[in-house]
Design a protein around this ligand. Structure first.
Ligand code: BMA
Length: 309
């Protein structure tokens, strides 16, 4: 069964659409607010380091890129040392009149997560580096849970490689009560690494978490997307994990590129008609979109599921 229908005119954004020089356009956070879709996408520059650019759309398919990059590595202040190698893979959550942006901050010290805020997509305030190294893929839930901000995150250590955790915060700056909630599933499509993808989507059955899973092959790793459903009041409880992936690299622009065989999401937009626009980077090179019925994704977690390891 096709759970995610690709848009016929994919890819929707490539380096040719960007008015400054970049090598790629991929792994974008996307959010819809007051009828406008805002896309914050990652681009490799020609020195191999990444910056984040901004694009806007009225329909979620046709995006126009702003003249200048939106976030480049900080050159002064406490962030500069930790962003020196680039800023990557942004996720966007809207809460209390502000857009919260989490992104990977790369440096010789490893990869940490930066949190920045904007109200107007013109100016930006860097709030805090909210993890130490080695973390990636932090997504903030779009509402507080039991009075606290909540996030899914993906620390990495040799003893517990590339698993999904949850953490909470009273103020977005200090995070704690961390708990491991899901591990890669041995000999499965997501056996090597998993990581949160799009910020969780609220449904009446639970929080829908669209995540990526990685499988190692003789020809390198394959990045696919899957779904898990988390309890609404206690998202550390996973109700079910869809046993099958929902999207895998199949089109030429997903199979071949800067890194081949990659579909990687940082954003999904739930629509009022019960569908979801899912955005993903194809082969770390271009941006793509597809649609899914939210209820089909929830059903996969409930009816064709496994318990998390
Ligand atoms: C991950 C991240 C992503 C990237 C993926 C595939 O480790 O770096 O940004 O899309 O690898 O290259």
């Amino acid at each position: 069964m096709t759970l995610v229908s690709r848009y016929s005119k994919n890819p929707i954004l490539t380096k040719k659409d960007v008015p400054y020089e970049v090598a790629t356009v991929h792994n974008a956070g996307v959010i819809k607010h007051k009828g406008e879709y805002i896309m914050l996408f990652r681009s490799h520059k020609h020195n191999g380091r990444s910056i984040l650019g901004l694009a806007r759309s009225k329909d979620g398919y046709n995006f126009k890129v702003e003249e200048k990059p939106f976030i480049e590595p900080a050159t002064e202040g406490e962030f500069a040392e930790y962003e020196a190698f680039g800023v990557e893979d942004p996720r966007i959550t809207f809460m209390d009149g502000e857009y919260l942006i989490t992104y990977s901050a790369y440096s010789k010290h490893g990869v940490r997560i930066g949190l920045a805020k904007t109200k107007d997509w013109k100016s930006i305030e860097r709030v805090s580096l909210i993890t130490e190294a080695d973390y990636r893929n932090v997504v903030i839930f779009p509402e507080k849970i039991n009075g606290l901000y909540a996030r899914l995150d993906r620390p990495h250590s040799e003893i517990s490689p590339w698993s999904m955790w949850i953490s909470y915060s009273p103020d977005l700056r200090y995070w704690g009560d961390s708990k491991l909630i899901m591990k890669p599933e041995p000999y499965h499509w997501d056996e090597m690494k998993i990581g949160p993808g799009a910020p969780p989507v609220k449904t009446d059955k639970g929080w829908l978490n669209i995540y990526h899973g990685v499988f190692p092959t003789m020809d390198g790793s394959v990045y696919r997307l899957g779904v898990a459903l988390h309890d609404l009041n206690d998202p550390s409880k996973i109700i079910g994990v869809g046993d099958n992936w929902i999207l895998q690299p199949e089109e030429p622009y997903e199979i071949t590129g800067y890194v081949h065989n990659v579909v990687f999401t940082c954003g999904a937009v739930p629509e009022e008609d019960g569908t979801l626009k899912l955005y993903w980077g194809g082969a770390d090179t271009v941006m793509c979109v597809g649609t899914a019925n939210i209820s089909d994704l929830v059903d996969l977690c409930l009816n064709n599921s496994r318990k998390p390891k």
